[in-house]
Design a protein around this ligand. Structure first.
Ligand code: OAD
Length: 245
């Protein structure tokens, strides 16, 4: 756990911030029971991303990919937002239109908690996208077989997720870039900081003059770059930031 002085320092910087940008990763949902990707029981320790999370994998075996996403959907459906997700909502309510949340998580738990001003830069597991006409829609039930197809054009539907080897959506990147260059505090919660472009966001915000605060269970490749690194569980530490400085 960080010392009280470190928590106090984080609160002071937050209190002085006119604009706040937050980045979250799998660590914030770990406290809700959603597996991370690179932790001890992380998904990428048991599955190969190239078999399940690339456009080539989907082309080769769409059924296998859909089965994997259905398995993850079933798991996530049983989980609830935790105190860290709720604290992020509280921060949004305080900063109103001066806060932006960027999440790499596809689990939808930030939305379920009530976050409204956010970019889900890796997509959302509860959305599907047509491989033909590109229409995105919410779809919570994908019974297999047969493979799901688009109501409008009958082409195959895919998860609305950014897979390895794919680029992020232009408009999301633009919005994130603006939020990173224009914030006074950039709060990075529960990400290993190894997947780009999000792994580069702390540098962008810092170079633009923001104070960067990291909350993570462990040290990360970003810990030396940030101004303040708080080690502990997101569910314990994020709510502590809500108290007055
Ligand atoms: P990772 O699994 O790579 O990292 C999770 C981070 O959370 C690690 O740094 C852990 O130390 C930290 N952590 C674990 N439990 C925590 C807790 N209770 N409180 C605070 N921190 C905790 O997940 P991401 O960084 O989110 O991409 O991974 C980035 C992307 O890689 C994901 O979005 C995913 C994956 O491939 C896609 O699905 C497109």
């Amino acid at each position: 756990m960080p010392t009280d002085d470190h928590i106090l320092l984080a609160r002071r910087h937050l209190a002085a911030a006119r604009k706040l940008t937050i980045l979250t990763g799998a660590g914030i949902s770990a406290d809700s029971g959603v597996p991370t990707f690179r932790g001890a029981d992380g998904l990428w320790r048991n599955f190969r991303p190239e078999d399940l999370a690339t456009p080539e994998a989907f082309e080769r075996d769409p059924r296998l990919v859909w089965e994997w996403y259905n398995w993850r959907r079933e798991l996530i459906a049983t989980k609830q937002p935790n105190s860290a997700h709720h604290a992020v909502v509280e921060l949004e309510q305080r900063w109103v239109d001066r806060m932006w949340l960027i999440t790499q998580n596809v689990d939808g738990l930030h939305r379920a908690a009530g976050s409204q001003r956010l970019s889900e830069i890796h997509g959302n597991i509860w959305k599907v996208r047509c491989t033909g006409c590109g229409v995105v829609s919410e779809n919570r039930e994908i019974p297999l077989p047969p493979l799901p197809t688009c109501r409008l054009c009958q082409a195959l539907l895919r998860p609305h997720i950014v897979w390895f080897g794919e680029s992020l959506w232009e408009e999301e990147i633009h919005r994130c870039d603006e939020a990173l260059r224009d914030c006074d505090v950039f709060l990075v919660i529960g990400t290993s900081g190894v997947v780009y472009p999000a792994a580069g966001f702390a540098s962008v915000a810092k170079e633009a003059g923001a104070m960067v605060i990291e909350i993570n269970l462990d040290r990360t490749p970003q810990s030396n770059l940030v101004d303040l690194s708080l080690q502990g569980r997101a569910k314990d530490l994020v709510p502590l930031l809500l108290y007055p400085a």
